[in-house]
Write a protein that binds this ligand. Structure first.
Ligand code: SF4
Ligand code: SF4
Length: 465
């Protein structure tokens, strides 16, 4: 491991090693960059700091310099790379077709293997990547956190700001924690749920590592909507993680292991599509072909699997409900999750889903596709930048002044809920598919879960059931 800022290779003996490093860094993906700077205005970290090295062009220059032997690892290099959200807004904006996302994955893998992080940083990263993608571990931790909240310890900790005395990151993690649903709500979804009426197809459904515990009502709503749309829904019991967290953290070997397990799991059932309601997971699963490109026996399977992956909005947007949607007289603004808008280029479908609901008034959100600062575990690792982006997002949402803000990703929902709660806003963060579910079936228990963890007052929504 090195923390040196000395160029890695300035001798011919190291040329081969340098070529390999350039490949692993993803330099070939950056070769098309002409330094035009057209991506700068879309980059959240550049918008926030105004610093060139915090822009896509600056990061590309750093990574290329390293891969070409003109630069070395330094804390500055790693800091600017760590600060990247991986939101891919730059990729959308780039007219030269630079595949920044693949280069970022390669660069992060090299950093994780060759750079010696400070112990606290290393420890926090180790903890997060060994917890979130493993449902069995997460379940135990969340069980403890449920009682931590239920017994009122959380209120005392937040009120006294006790955790910030020890660690900003820990305080941030605690603040991000939504009201943990009762463990009895974590019950698994049925392995097979029949279509309502005439069956039009059979889909698999990804329940997500954290989502199955933190937002179980969202998964149930998704299954209800899919079955109402005529799909039989298959939920494999032993599904693990999609690998997104490891992919974005530079552990490509573990991401590949998880991708293979996911492919094998869904291959056991013949399904037309694999439906996902979390943008980050869907984006990773659509890239399995690239992730497993070098593995002969897996590549074709990965391509076949990825071709079946659909965000739930891609399935629901085109639905003709034949008058089955009841009026939902609420106002909604829509935040575009980065891994939906930029990574999957899905923009029209969620809006179309929402516009299809009678009575719903959709208000366009200014800067709807600027990252909210969530970005997987970014908000836990980079709390300051994440906080600044969240404030910017909440300001825009408050300008829209709607009952709800819809977002198609669990990370965005938790992050935005936190911002709205801290700002004292009455706007609630929900997934677009929940709104469709409410229009189809009424609101579960009469009330949606609120950003304060409490039920929303019915009279505010004036929803007919
Ligand atoms: S990444 Fe694309 S948009 Fe950004 S500077 Fe390079 S060529 Fe220009
Ligand atoms: S991925 Fe997002 S944060 Fe990173 S350089 Fe691109 S636009 Fe900026």
């Amino acid at each position: 491991m090195t923390t040196s800022s000395t160029p890695l290779a300035d001798s011919t003996e190291e040329h081969d090693a340098l070529s390999r490093l350039a490949g692993r860094l993803g330099v070939p993906h950056l070769a098309d960059c002409v330094h035009c700077g057209l991506c700068l205005a879309s980059c959240p970290t550049y918008l926030t700091t105004g610093v060139e090295m915090s822009s896509p062009r600056g990061r590309i220059a750093m990574v290329r310099a390293l891969g070409e032997g003109r630069g070395g690892f330094s804390p500055e290099f790693v800091r600017h790379l760590d600060q990247c959200l991986g939101c891919l807004a730059c990729q959308t904006a780039c007219p030269s077709g630079v595949v920044y996302g693949h280069a970022l994955e390669g660069a992060r893998e090299v950093v994780e293997h060759q750079y010696d992080r400070p112990p606290a940083d290393r420890g926090m990263r180790w903890l997060l990547v060994h917890l979130f993608p493993y449902p069995h571990r997460l379940r135990r931790v969340l069980y403890g956190l449920f009682w931590y909240q239920r017994l009122g310890i959380s209120r005392v900790v937040r009120g006294t700001r006790l955790l910030s005395l020890f660690s900003t990151r820990l305080a941030r993690m605690e603040a991000l924690l939504p009201s943990v649903p009762r463990p009895s709500d974590w019950r698994s979804l049925p392995t097979v749920t029949a279509a309502v009426g005439k069956q039009r197809g059979r889909v698999g459904f990804l329940t997500g590592c954290a989502q199955r515990f933190l937002l179980p009502h969202l998964n149930r709503a998704t299954v209800r909507v899919l079955t109402a749309a005529g799909y039989q829904v298959v939920v494999p019991a032993e599904q693990g993680c999609c690998g997104a967290l490891h992919l974005h953290s530079g552990d490509l070997a573990e991401a590949r292991r998880q991708a293979k397990a996911m492919i094998a799991t869904f291959e056991r059932d013949a399904v037309d599509f694999v439906v996902v309601n979390a943008a980050g997971c869907g984006a990773a699963m659509k890239e399995y072909g690239h992730l497993l490109a070098g593995e002969v026996e897996w590549h074709d399977r990965a391509e076949t699997f990825s071709a079946k992956v659909r965000d739930v909005s891609e399935i629901v947007a085109g639905m003709s409900w034949n008058g089955r949607l009841r009026p939902l007289p609420v106002s909604v603004t829509y935040h575009e999750a980065c891994h939906l808008a930029h990574a999957q280029q899905i923009r029209a479908e969620p809006r179309s889903m929402l516009r299809g609901i009678p009575g719903l008034r959709l208000v366009e959100l200014t800067e709807s596709d600027v990252c909210c600062g969530s970005a997987g575990i970014y908000n836990l690792l980079q709390p300051e930048m994440a906080g600044r982006l969240l404030t910017r997002k909440v300001d825009r949402i408050r300008e829209a002044d709607t009952d709800f803000v819809a977002a198609g990703n669990i990370g965005c929902l938790l992050q935005i809920q936190l911002g709205l709660r801290q700002a004292g806003s009455r706007t609630l963060a929900v997934h677009p598919v929940e709104l469709v579910d409410w229009a189809l079936h009424g609101m579960p228990g009469g009330e949606p879960r609120g950003n304060s963890g409490k039920p929303r007052e019915r009279r505010t929504l004036n929803v007919e059931r």
